[in-house]
Design a protein around this ligand. Structure first.
Ligand SMILES: Cc1cc2nc3c(=O)[nH]c(=O)nc-3n(C[C@H](O)[C@H](O)[C@H](O)COP(=O)(O)O)c2cc1C
Length: 403
């Protein structure tokens, strides 16, 4: 453990690992191993510190990193500094309501679980722990194509219809087979991820893998993911670079599920998605794991909202770590906000209980922001609640650094 701690210290101090906050580093050194009860964790950054104690370096490298120099990964956090909240006073905020209904899926909160692959790499409970936490807290869940657990088992553990994320494979009949399996398992919406047509250049992950001296085949025994059962994936690509907008219509011909397009970053594409029949658009840069442009997900939202113009719901993810972040997206036109890494830190730290704690923390922070801003319902959070500074504010000039 000392060796691992020294290595993390070296990484945190070096430009190699720019995505680990000074605060979380501090927490790891002072509290990390002492936070043994999820209830003692006070924010998602502390949860990350606890997760770092448990998750092996190669798996942590897969979870936490971005692409190239992790510029978009960091931008996703910095983008929030551009927007400031304009609170209203002397509004009756004694009753609050955070319930949402997106495409028929009801949830207690606009915060939802993003599709993150291979959750068995963070905790043995894997996607079942996540689904049980989502059920306990009434949160909506989207399951990854790359899940370690079969869609049928996850749908049952969630106890309400989940959505399924789909990678557009290079074999259409396989794409159809996966779609139909998800539908048969009770999924009501399919989310087509379109932001990785050329794969990813994962440098920081490769660096972290070098630290891991376990044998990879102990975890990866050449087995494929459950959704590929019965499909011969030899030579089949998960991302089809030939895909164009007509895919939405083709999907609608073979499924009754709603079709959501995940990975929209510009207004013109949002309009194309809607024009081609998408039931919702999902603003995302894959958590800084796709395009390395430095544009934050939250900064893409205003132009997408303008292009969609209320025709379909907009959902968003990327870098959301605070109730205030979630509030800003709601004000800028999102109907729901996804989290990826934060709940995986909860899973890695404490299994289901850790995911529940992450959801509780973010819900509490969102409620504090809503009541503190004179906007007790989701409908009351409008663009009037937000001031766009027009540029990002350097974090060094703000308060305690929380990545
Ligand atoms: C380790 C990891 C695996 C992911 N796997 C998938 C996936 O299989 N399918 C997908 O559409 N998005 C995937 N994503 C992207 C998430 O759905 C989501 O867009 C992103 O994590 C949100 O950003 P955040 O992690 O900063 O909250 C993955 C993200 C991470 C961190």
């Amino acid at each position: 453990m000392t060796h691992r701690r020294e290595f993390l210290k070296y990484l945190a101090a070096s430009p190699l690992l720019t995505n680990y906050s000074a605060f979380a580093q501090e927490v790891e050194e002072t509290l990390g191993q002492r936070l043994t009860n999820p209830r003692d964790v006070i924010n998602v950054f502390e949860m990350e510190a606890v997760a770092r104690e448990n998750i092996p370096p190669a798996h942590l490298g897969y979870l936490n990193t971005g692409v190239d120099g992790d510029i978009t990964l960091r931008a996703n956090r910095d983008g929030f500094t551009r927007y400031q909240i304009k609170p209203r006073r002397l509004v009756d905020v004694s009753e609050t309501d955070t319930k949402v209904n997106i495409l028929g899926s009801e949830a207690s909160s606009p915060i939802f679980i993003c599709p993150v692959g291979s959750q068995g790499a963070y905790h043995p409970e894997a996607e079942l722990g996540t689904a049980r936490a989502a059920r306990a807290k009434g949160h909506h869940m989207v399951l990854s194509t790359q899940s370690s657990t079969a869609v049928e088992a996850v749908a049952e553990a969630r106890g309400a219809p989940i959505w399924h994320q789909l990678y557009p494979t290079t074999r259409w009949e396989y794409t159809v087979a996966m779609l139909q399996r998800a539908e048969a398992a009770g999924c009501t919406t399919v989310c087509l991820t379109i932001d990785l047509p050329g794969g990813r250049n994962t440098e920081t992950q490769s660096i972290m893998m070098r630290e891991d001296n376990r044998t990879c085949t102990d975890c990866h025994r050449g087995q494929s993911k459950p959704i590929f059962d019965g499909l011969n994936m030899q030579g089949v690509g998960l991302n089809n670079p030939a895909l164009t907008w007509d895919v939405i219509g083709r999907m609608k011909e073979v499924t009754n599920m709603n079709v959501v397009i995940k990975g929209i970053e510009v207004g013109v594409d949002a309009a194309l998605a809607v024009d081609n029949g998408a039931d919702a658009v999902w603003v995302s840069n894959h958590g800084g794991r796709a395009t390395e442009t430095g544009r934050a997900s939250i900064e893409c939202l205003p132009e997408v909202a303008a292009a969609v113009n209320g025709r379909v719901p907009i959902i968003i993810d990327g870098g959301f770590r605070r109730g205030t972040d979630i509030y800003k997206a709601l004000a800028l036109g999102a109907s729901a906000v996804g989290i990826g890494r934060p709940y995986c830190w909860g899973l890695g730290a404490f299994g289901q209980a850790g995911v529940e704690r992450v959801l509780d923390l973010l819900n509490r922070e969102l409620l504090i922001t809503m009541t503190g801003s004179g906007t007790p319902t989701l409908e009351s959070i409008t663009s009037n609640a937000i001031h766009d500074v027009g540029h990002r504010v350097p974090r060094g000039t703000l308060g305690r650094d929380l990545l």
